[in-house]
Every structure is written in structure tokens, then in C-alpha cells.
Design a protein around this ligand. Structure first.
Ligand SMILES: C[S@@+](CC[C@H](N)C(=O)[O-])C[C@H]1O[C@@H](n2cnc3c(N)ncnc32)[C@H](O)[C@@H]1O
Length: 218
């Protein structure tokens, strides 16, 4: 089956609402009242669709966005990369906090469309890339932001090696993470923690204790 047009699909299968920890940003998100919430992975695959990571504001992304909005000096006037951007939440938060530019990168074409739609809703301008940037040279980024990306071992390991290299060359890197299995066990400094409201359908719990970490050089 031909996959649908991403932007049309997003508009038809989400509603605009605010993530619990970030009332100042509205996003196209899944909800109990739209079909994507009930679609199983198997059904999505049959329709040629990847899992809709972009349709949720993940706990790690919410914590990192809250931290940036409350501490805008972290990104103010800086060139920022939001790696694995999903809905674009962190990228939008960074622009609202005064970043000079933000590149939101995600390899999922639906996420790419979702980032653009959500940036427009929030009246910010975000650059978007669908390339896999892992291993790439620093594209001019002062700050690299990573929300909830430590859920798969091979991906988490590739990201860690790459990001530690960029930090060794002078970039700052922050990770928002709710205790995912493949968060590096060493070489991180905890900055702050938040209790992030979530749903039992998504996370098997109502609240996830979620931290923002600074990545230290190797
Ligand atoms: C759990 S979601 C997190 C989204 C967002 N950062 C947040 O916190 O809400 C992980 C995202 O990483 C993206 N992703 C996975 N591998 C990637 C890669 N190599 N490069 C860029 N994005 C990737 C997925 O498509 C997905 O949108």
C-alpha cells in the first residue's frame, strides 16, 4: 500500500495540544480520541507507516524543553542541533529560548513533516534535515540537544561515540532521558530532574522521573 502524504496524515490523525510540562508550546499529537492512538505497530506497518514517534512528546524531550525554556542562557544566541527531533518540541523550545538557529534532524519523513507543521503553529522558524547525521562532522552547532534517544542499544551506542567526539571538539551536549535502558552509565553529569506526566498506554505509568544530563568529553 502507498504510504499517505505525511502532512495530510498528521493533520488528519492528531489534535493540537500542549505537552503536560510545556504549556507554552502546542503540537500535533496523538490522543485517545484520534485513530493513531489505537493503531498497533502491525497495522501501521501494513499501511507502510513507521511507528509514530513524532505523535508523542516523549518524557525526555519534555524535560529538556522545560530546562531550556527556564534557562534560556543555555541556547541564547547559539546554533543548536535537535537530534532525533520527532515532533520538533525541543527545536521549538530552543528557538523560543532565543537560539540564533536550530536544525531539527530526524530520519523519519513523518517527523520531518511534523517538525515543520509544529514550528508553524508556534510561529518559529526551524531548519529541518531528514539525514542520518550520526558520525557527521560538526555542522556549526554550539549546542546539541538529544531527547529520549536511548531506547535501542545500537542507536544509543552510535550516538554516544559521535556526540562525545563533538563535545571533545568544543560543542555542548545535553540529553533528556527518563531512565531508558541504554542511557550511558558514565560520563554524564545530572543537571536537573522533573516528574513528567505520561500515560499508561505509552509508558506503563502515570509519571516518569526524567533528568537532563550534560555529556562529558570522552
Ligand atoms: C523517542 S523519539 C524522541 C523524539 C523527541 N526527541 C522527543 O523527545 O519527543 C526518537 C526519534 O528519533 C528518531 N531517530 C531514530 N534514529 C535516528 C537517526 N539516526 N537520526 C535522526 N533521528 C533518528 C526517530 O525517528 C524518532 O522520531
Amino acid at each position: 500500500m502507498t504510504p499517505p502524504d505525511p502532512a495530510a496524515f498528521i493533520r488528519a490523525n492528531t489534535i493540537l495540544h500542549e505537552p503536560p510540562l510545556i504549556p507554552e508550546i502546542r503540537l500535533h499529537l496523538a490522543s485517545e480520541i484520534v485513530p493513531i492512538w489505537q493503531m498497533t505497530e502491525e497495522e501501521l506497518e501494513k499501511s507502510g507507516l513507521p511507528p509514530p514517534f513524532w505523535a508523542f512528546a516523549w518524557a525526555g524531550g519534555q524535560a529538556l524543553s522545560r530546562y531550556i525554556l527556564d534557562h534560556p542562557e543555555v541556547v541564547r544566541g547559539k546554533r543548536v542541533l535537535d537530534f532525533g527531533s520527532g515532533s520538533g518540541l525541543i527545536a521549538i523550545a530552543a528557538m523560543k529560548a532565543g537560539a540564533s538557529s536550530v536544525l531539527a534532524a530526524d530520519i523519519d519523513a513523518f517527523a520531518v513533516a511534523s517538525i515543520s507543521l509544529n514550528a508553524e503553529v508556534n510561529n518559529v522558524s526551524v531548519l529541518v534535515s531528514g539525514d542520518d547525521l550520526v558520525g557527521a562532522a560538526n555542522g556549526g552547532w554550539d549546542v546539541i540537544l538529544i531527547g529520549d534517544m536511548c531506547y535501542e542499544r545500537p542507536l544509543a551506542e552510535r550516538i554516544e561515540i559521535w556526540v562525545r567526539g563533538l563535545v571533545a571538539e568544543g560543542a555542548a551536549a545535553l540529553i533528556g532521558d527518563p531512565g531508558r535502558t541504554y542511557l550511558p552509565k558514565t560520563g554524564l553529569e545530572k543537571i536537573i530532574s522533573y516528574a513528567v506526566k505520561t500515560t499508561r498506554e505509552l509508558e506503563d505509568t502515570d509519571v516518569r522521573n526524567t533528568s537532563v544530563w550534560r555529556v562529558l568529553a570522552a
